[in-house]
Design a protein around this ligand. Sequence first.
Ligand code: ADP
Length: 501
Amino acid sequence: MATPMKARDTFPKLKMYIDGEFVDSASGDWFESFDPYTAKPWCLIARGNAEDADRAVKAADRAFTSGPWPALNASQRGALLRRLGDLVAENAERLGELEVKDNGKLLSEMAAQLRYAPSFYHYFAGLADKIEGAVIPNDKAAFTYTLHEPLGVCAAIIPWNSPLLLTAWKLAPALAAGNTVVVKPSEYTSASTLEFVKLIEQAGFPKGVVNVVTGFGPEAGQPLIEHPLVRKVAFTGSDRTGAHIYSEAARDIKRVSLELGGKSPNIVFADANMDNAVKGAVSGIFAATGQTCVAGSRLLVQRSVHDEFVERLVDFARTARMGNPMELDTQVGPVTNLPQYKKVLGYIDVAKGEGAQTVLGGGKAQRPECGDGWFVEPTIFTGVRNDMRIAQEEVFGPVLSVIPFTDDDEAVAIGNDVVFGLAAGVWTENIRRAFTMARRLQAGTVWVNTYRALSYTTPFGGYKRSGLGRELGQEAIREYLQTKSVWISTAEEVANPFVVG
Ligand code: ADP
């Protein structure tokens, strides 16, 4: 139901950020952002279109080619990033609260993410002046060396699940490498980005180096990925939108890095520490209400411990406290937005229709503490076969499919039998098995006896349909650089101009 105009007038209006100014959209239109806990709108966001995207890209291009930014040396860029990291640390609680208001994830989790976010800026601040070329031994009379140079304007397209963390993963290496950036946050979660960008200004980045265009994917995102001055698109989101961005980028041979979905196997062997494995299974699927790309949404359990393990898991998961995500003892919050809520409930019906057995949850959460919010009960299905849709398609919600297996070979075969390859978990006390499984599983990250662990030092990205390129760690900065080879002739005389050699 549309919000009455009068109520709408009282909402805060959040403008976009282009060329160092907070500005209205070119159309003057706004759209509502919802609080998933109340299912009600709470603020208005400027509704960007192609004109806004063009303004932002041109500002970023001017900042890349002229003015103070390209004149800074790498250590100076590092110093700005370090200051930005410090400012994020100082504002972590406030930014975390804004994220919760928009995406309904737990304040305990978002505040922890924001307290960790500065590390990403600090790490890449340190890398800025360690981007080193090489002197290449040459068989010609020449001195040759390489320079690693920035690409130009990068578009960072961000999803709704962890807005500022995933922005940091792109912004920090992009800026350390000397690029300029246009950020397009998700239409569901723009508020925290518009607050964060004030810190960019405070840190002292020149205007136009970072811009934020808000709006819907097809209206505000599409013109960014099509823009000829954008040289790279860094995207995190669904595999469907990722595939679209990849094909659009092909037209101008833009660089892309894509961090897409997953259907990650979390594999429990009979020799595992069961208490830890139960916690690992819960953290894999019910933390963040299952709204993480690395969700361990397929729990593979060795047959000999299957029934006992499922019983312990159900007992543990049943105790999860649902409710207001702003309260620090809440463990499972709402789903972030209405379409996603409907999608998750739709997949629960699909699983039931496919013959999976519901051993926990299985629908909307109708507990008093959930109010009108978009809550789904933590749900566990047993009797799932890996060829069912519930085992093959990403749900992005608190829905776990349990699949039994007999031995290591079968665990590998089932684990790898999906189009995705973002992450995998292995629970075992056997060291040989740990190394062997880590090698055999087709995933960009394999966790042994832990799940959802991430660090700014360690590359993250997907195999197969889960993506292209790597974020985090030293590898990440290469995604924002291109190599130039420079030849300085040491010959006295230019040789025969008609013969190349
Ligand atoms: P979801 O449907 O779960 O929001 P998406 O992958 O579609 O996931 O969205 C992730 C981000 O991609 C959002 O910021 C969204 O606005 C953006 N997006 C969606 N469609 C496009 C598009 N055609 N071009 C550029 N960005 C897009």
